[in-house]
Design a protein around this ligand. Structure first.
Ligand SMILES: NC(=O)c1ccc[n+]([C@@H]2O[C@H](COP(=O)([O-])OP(=O)(O)OC[C@H]3O[C@@H](n4cnc5c(N)ncnc54)[C@H](OP(=O)(O)O)[C@@H]3O)[C@@H](O)[C@H]2O)c1
Length: 292
């Protein structure tokens, strides 16, 4: 997909953060946007803003819970039945769960896998025929710097993003020559609602604050992602420090990464690993408890 001009894009997770910013930056170029997420009021407000700023832009709002298969199926059915000329699919919606796996709530783990992995895969599977019909087309998958290493304390999240990255690369090769490109964007920390929403209700989250020098503004992340789609890049890490970190992780032998992760967990464990299970009488989550 060359210049994104006159494209019609479906953006998941468009109600906030990176998805909303991608919509804002695509709006002056695109001829149509389909914004989807659960919070319809947010989507409607964004749609009004985009229509007002971009005369002639068609904006559709589709409220869709990616945890509900019937919602996702209905979204795909509508795109097919109405022959929406979709040529860009942005798989952006996602959630995290910072904390040790042992004390995670199964419901959140399940949701993370279903949104980050299952819904992304299903949407891609359903939309490839449509994208091929309206080629040149593109798929933009939002992965993460966390896809590049098994982050202790973010184990399931980084595994879901490793899935997104591996899947994106394989699909890119499979679709070569079909007129549909696949790009992944792997942001490091970005200030959005992500960290706040990821926080565990029972207080067993690991600290989510990251050094500010690693943070990349959301506008830069969206711009890097769209530039990568327009230039048919396989993968982009927005920001020079994040790119350097990714390169370091890629070149670093696994035993050193493992050592680093164990060190990180060692420091965190002393203060943050709970005893027992949330809700049990024996449950302790306190910086002061005695070590075994
Ligand atoms: N922020 C970071 O530091 C960072 C770093 C690397 C990668 N990422 C990735 O970037 C992507 C966007 O995250 P963000 O930072 O923009 O966070 P965000 O502001 O929390 O946005 C997440 C989006 O996903 C949507 N979503 C979550 N669960 C959903 C569900 N069940 N059904 C439909 N939509 C759902 C949310 O919409 P509703 O709640 O309205 O449904 C929201 O629009 C994610 O894939 C995340 O993993 C973020």
């Amino acid at each position: 997909m060359k210049d994104l001009l006159e494209c019609t894009a479906l953006i998941t997770g468009a109600s906030s953060g990176i998805g909303a910013e991608i919509a804002r930056q695509l709006a002056p170029l695109a001829s149509g946007l389909i914004l989807t997420a659960r919070r319809a009021d947010r989507l409607e407000a964004l749609a009004d803003e985009l229509r007002e700023a971009n005369a002639g832009l068609r904006v559709e709002v589709r409220s869709c819970d990616l945890l509900k298969q019937e919602d996702v199926t209905a979204l795909c059915d509508w795109i097919e039945a109405d022959q929406v000329p979709l040529d860009l699919l942005v798989n952006n919606a996602g959630l995290g769960d910072p904390g040790v796996f042992e004390s995670s709530e199964w419901q959140k783990v399940d949701e993370m896998i279903r949104v980050n992995v299952v819904a992304l895969t299903y949407l891609t599977h359903r939309m490839i025929p449509t994208l091929r019909r309206h080629r040149p087309g593109a798929i933009l998958n939002v992965s993460s710097l966390a896809s590049t290493l098994p982050v202790a304390g973010l184990g399931v999240y980084s595994a879901t993003k490793a899935y997104v990255s591996s899947f994106s690369e394989a699909l890119r090769s499979e679709l070569r020559g079909t007129g549909v490109s696949v790009t992944q964007v792997c942001p490091g920390p970005v200030e959005t609602e992500f960290a706040k929403r990821a926080k565990r209700a029972d207080g067993t989250s690991l600290p989510t604050s990251t050094p500010t020098f690693l943070e990349v503004p959301v506008a830069d992340v969206a711009a890097a992602a769209l530039r990568a789609v327009a230039t048919d890049r396989a993968r982009v890490f927005p920001g020079s420090i994040v790119t350097a970190a990714a390169l370091f992780f890629a070149l670093c032998p696994m035993f050193i990464l493992r050592w680093g992760m164990e060190k990180r967990m060692g420091a965190i464990r002393d203060r943050h690993v709970p005893r027992g299970r949330p809700g049990d009488e024996s449950y302790v989550f306190d910086a002061e408890f005695d070590q075994p």
